[in-house]
Design a protein around this ligand. Structure first.
Ligand SMILES: [Zn+2]
Length: 259
C-alpha cells in the first residue's frame, strides 16, 4: 500500500489528466482566500493557494506509524524490545513489535515505520496564515524520499532526526502551492487547528489560473528546482474522509477515528 504511493514518476500526469486536475482545482472546487477559511462552518473541501512559511508551533516532522494502517504508535504500545541497547532513541523506535489498537488492526502485533507529519503554515499576499499538515502520501512527490529512508539517512550521517529539520523540508519554504484542503468538523470546532491536505500541486498552469481568477498577487518564488512542478498528488489513502488516522500526540489536532 505504501509502496504504491512512492513512485513520483507515476504521479506525473498526462495532458488529459492534467486538464482534469486543472478543472478540479480552478473550476470545480470552491476557492477560499486563506484569511476566510476559518470562517467556514461546513465540513467540505476547498482550494487555497499560497506560499509556505515555517510553522509557528514547529514540532517533529515524522511520527511512529503502524506499518499496516498508519495509525500513531506510542512507546506504550510497544510489545517487544529486541535490538535495543540505549532505550528508545533514534532507530530503536522502529525495532521490535508494537500492538496497534486502531479499529483496523484491532490489537494486532505490527511493525513500526516513520511517516511524514510535517506541520507548516501557508500565507497569501494579504498576510493571512493557515496551518496545514503534510502527510506521507502528499509529501512523497515533493521530497522524493520516504520518511523512513530520510530518517535512516539522518541517523547514518550522525544527526538526530528529532533535533533537526531535514534539508528537504527546509527547501519548500517560500514555494507556492495550490492545496485542496479537507475542512473537517474538528477544524470547525477548534479554532487554529491544522487542516489536512487532500491534494496539492505545484503545476504552474493551475497556480497561474488561480492567481488570475482570484487576483492573488502571490510573491515571486525563490529560484528553486523546478523539476517537481508538474505533479498533482493523489489523495492519501489514510487521510480520506472515511478513514482518518487516529493521531494521539498532543502537539497536533486530534483527528476522529470514524466508524
Ligand atoms: Zn495498525
Amino acid at each position: 500500500m505504501i509502496a504504491s504511493q512512492t513512485s513520483s514518476s507515476a504521479l506525473l500526469s498526462p495532458p488529459t489528466i492534467r486538464n482534469r486536475f486543472l478543472d478540479e482545482f480552478v473550476n470545480d472546487t470552491e476557492f477560499s482566500h486563506i484569511g476566510e477559511v476559518e470562517a467556514i462552518t461546513t465540513a467540505k473541501k476547498v482550494v487555497v493557494c499560497g506560499s509556505i512559511i515555517p510553522a509557528s508551533n514547529y514540532s517533529r516532522w515524522y511520527y511512529i506509524a503502524c506499518k499496516v494502517c498508519a495509525t500513531t504508535l506510542t512507546m506504550e504500545n510497544k510489545e517487544s524490545h529486541e535490538g535495543e541497547i540505549d532505550g528508545e532513541t533514534s532507530l530503536n523506535q522502529f525495532k521490535g513489535k508494537y500492538k496497534c489498537r486502531s479499529m483496523k488492526c484491532n490489537g494486532a502485533i505490527v511493525n513500526a515505520v516513520a511517516r511524514y507529519r510535517v506541520p507548516f503554515d501557508v500565507q497569501d499576499s494579504t498576510g493571512s496564515i493557515l496551518a496545514l499538515t503534510l502527510w506521507e502520501g502528499q509529501a512523497l512527490p515533493i521530497f522524493k524520499i520516504t520518511a523512513m529512508d530520510l530518517f535512516k539517512r539522518l541517523v547514518e550521517s550522525g544527526a538526530n532526526p528529532d533535533e533537526i529539520l531535514p534539508k528537504e523540508i527546509h527547501d519548500i519554504e517560500g514555494q507556492i502551492f495550490a492545496f485542496k484542503i479537507n475542512i473537517q468538523q474538528y477544524n470547525i470546532n477548534k479554532e487554529g487547528s491544522s487542516y489536512n491536505i487532500y491534494r496539492l500541486t505545484k503545476d504552474k498552469n493551475i497556480i497561474d489560473e488561480l492567481q488570475k481568477k482570484h487576483e492573488l498577487n502571490l510573491p515571486q518564488e525563490p529560484t528553486s528546482d523546478s523539476s517537481n512542478e508538474d505533479f498533482v498528488t493523489h489523495p492519501d489513502i489514510n487521510m480520506s474522509d472515511k478513514d482518518s488516522v487516529n493521531i494521539e500526540d498532543d502537539d497536533v489536532t486530534t483527528l476522529e477515528t470514524n466508524t
